[in-house]
Write a protein that binds this ligand. Structure first.
Ligand code: ZN
Length: 97
């Protein structure tokens, strides 16, 4: 169910709960029965989670203007440690010079 806004000439703004996608352009006012036209309002973004909104906004921005980076985000780069040399390699024959 979603809440749709209508404006009745007699009662003013009226909210009606209807299944999503089924809101007609006009309804009979639930208070007086007069025809009430649908009113479109901004979505209630103030009630949404700010971090989720920021993530959505960043995702939409990165489609057209992706951030240019020179290194992966996160941990700073550090040298990869080599495995310690195998002592058995010291016993192998050396090439002749
Ligand atoms: Zn009314």
């Amino acid at each position: 169910m979603a809440t749709y806004g209508y404006r009745c000439d007699v009662d003013g703004p009226v909210d009606v709960k209807l299944p999503i996608g089924t809101a007609p352009a006009t309804i009979a006012c639930p208070n007086c029965g007069e025809p009430a036209a649908r009113v479109f309002t901004a979505p209630m973004l103030g009630l949404a989670d700010r971090r989720r909104l920021a993530a959505i906004e960043h995702g939409e921005k990165s489609r057209d203007e992706p951030d240019v980076v020179s290194a992966p985000a996160g941990a700073p780069r550090r040298q990869t440690r080599m495995a310690p040399p195998n002592p058995a390699f010291a016993r192998l024959p050396r090439p002749l010079t």
